[in-house]
Design a protein around this ligand. Structure first.
Ligand SMILES: O=C(O)CCC(=O)C(=O)O
Ligand SMILES: [Fe+2]
Length: 227
């Protein structure tokens, strides 16, 4: 499932993130890429563990924690600490690749299976030319370029790339999620059911049928989740 989440970051969060990014030092993005990805990766990243990266991580994680749509779609079990990248000038693209299935949390060595990939856009679309995140989907390619503060979630199994940025700079946060529900198909069913239930309650209030369906949602989650 490819899902766009509008305004994951509030305007205040976004302003703070941009201030931190303005003062940050960048390094070659290839340092954290696997062998195949390193051949096509040409961008910059904040050094993992740097002061600015840590402050930005705290900000991002706080926004994610309280976000109902993010939780309902991702059903997160573990998160890799969010990372931050920049595409501009000579370092302006990331060619076709697939993300590594298993990544290690820096410092702890804990393994995380990358069920879901997430990009949070931190530049407005008008600030740069190009830079679309192009994701291969069951129904063809999706070209994603969102407002600053918006996010996209997509299955870790998808081949994707970032088009060259030919003007300005594209700033983003990217990270991976291991979900309690490993299957993308099952996660999608649960998300659709949860959204439909909220709509049902919003339109018709509480009812025996809504209670029963909520029970069914939780019983499916109990059957499929691995906590
Ligand atoms: O910059 C992005 O939107 C995606 C980055 C990416 O695909 C990666 O770092 O693996
Ligand atoms: Fe990627």
């Amino acid at each position: 499932m490819l899902l766009k989440i509008a305004a994951l970051l509030s305007p205040a969060d976004l302003k703070q993130a941009r201030d931190l990014l303005d003062q940050a030092d960048w390094q070659d993005g290839r340092l954290t890429a696997g062998a195949q990805a390193a051949q096509v990766k040409n961008n910059q990243q904040l050094p993992v563990g740097s002061e600015s990266a840590r402050a930005l991580q705290t900000l991002l994680l706080k926004a994610l924690e309280g976000h109902a749509t993010f939780f309902s779609a991702a059903l997160p079990k573990r998160l890799l600490p969010p990372m931050f990248n920049r595409y501009a000038g000579e370092a302006n693209t990331y060619g076709k690749h697939i993300d590594q299935a298993i990544r290690y949390v820096p410092g702890t060595g804990q393994r995380v299976r990358t069920d879901i990939s997430c990009t949070v856009f931190l530049s407005e679309p008008e600030e740069y030319e190009g830079g679309e995140l192009v994701i291969a989907d069951t129904y063809g390619e999706q070209r994603v370029k969102l407002a600053a503060g918006d996010a996209v979630l997509y299955p870790g199994t998808s081949v994707h790339r970032v088009e060259p940025v030919t003007r300005g700079a594209r700033l983003a946060s990217f990270f991976w999620i291991e979900s309690m529900v490993r299957s993308d198909e099952q996660r999608r069913l649960l998300f659709e059911m949860d959204q439909a239930l909220m709509q049902l309650r919003g339109e018709h209030g509480e009812s025996d049928a809504a209670v029963q369906l909520t029970g069914t949602y939780h019983n499916l989650l109990r059957m499929w989740a691995d906590t």
